[in-house]
Design a protein around this ligand. Structure first.
Ligand code: NI
Ligand code: MN
Length: 260
């Protein structure tokens, strides 16, 4: 049995999703056992009382990575898609840790073929209760593939995801452009944190991310997938200015290695 204690602030908030903007109470978690650590690019580590979840561990060869692949000891690895800046060190880390890889069915089938022994395939629209909390899969407008010895292997559809740990609800858009169904994600899952790509070129840029924040209505937005390479170099403070001047969300720009 686990005892979880969180410090919360309770405040009234207009529900923008219901007719007439009904007033509801909003719980803002001020302190948790859980920690969300940005590892650079699109990689995160969520530590919970029920295990550590590593997300898209692109650490080797990532100029913005705050740690190396040998510094992490996850129980789970959550994949969004097969591109090398997300698949990253997944195979090597699972060899060392036996972490369970949760990912799109096609991608985990590919990984199982590479000797990854613990996999949990899922797909868009699906949800599952893990020891660390409940995971919901959402769509992402992007591709998913692995290039191997010059050959192109399709690894299915890419994902976004919502993870509810019991302490916080975190949406991670994955690599995607903005889309109107984002509004439904915010309606189904009142969010503490939204992790959104802002670098453009491969994903949405800053202005589209601001639109996503308006639809998601999270307590806080955190930018990801920018600055790692020259083609996705943008100023995250621009996102912060636009989000905080045009929405009720706060925007936290995390340096690699910073925890929230
Ligand atoms: Ni990608
Ligand atoms: Mn990417």
């Amino acid at each position: 049995m686990q005892l979880q204690v969180s410090l919360c602030m309770i405040e009234p908030k207009r529900d923008r999703h219901s007719p007439g903007g009904r007033l509801r109470w909003r719980y803002t978690t001020l302190w948790t056992h859980e920690q969300l650590t940005y590892l650079g690019h699109s990689a995160f580590l969520i530590t919970t009382l029920a295990g550590d979840i590593l997300i898209d561990p692109f650490l080797s060869g990532n100029p913005s990575a705050s740690i190396g692949p040998d510094d992490v000891h996850p129980n789970y690895i959550l994949m969004t898609h097969g591109h090398s800046d997300h698949l990253g060190d997944t195979i090597g880390i699972t060899r060392r840790t036996r972490a369970t890889v949760i990912g799109p069915a096609e991608l985990v089938t590919y990984l199982a073929g590479k000797g990854v022994s613990n996999v949990h395939p899922m797909h868009i629209g699906g949800n599952h209760v893990f020891p660390f909390g409940e995971l919901f899969l959402t769509q992402a407008l992007h591709g998913s593939s692995v290039t191997e010895n010059g050959h192109f292997i399709n690894t299915g559809n890419p994902w976004g995801s919502v993870v509810k740990t019991g302490e916080r609800t975190i949406y991670r858009a994955g690599d995607t452009g903005v889309f109107f169904d984002t509004e439904l994600i915010g309606r189904l899952h009142p969010l503490d944190i939204a992790l959104l790509p802002i670098g453009g070129n491969f994903t949405m840029g800053i202005d589209d991310a601001v639109e996503a924040v308006k639809m998601l209505a999270p307590h806080a937005a955190i930018p990801i997938h920018y600055g790692t390479f020259p083609v996705i170099a943008v100023d995250p403070q621009l996102l912060r200015n636009k989000v905080e001047s045009s929405t009720s969300a706060r925007c936290a720009v995390l340096e690699p290695g910073q925890t929230r």
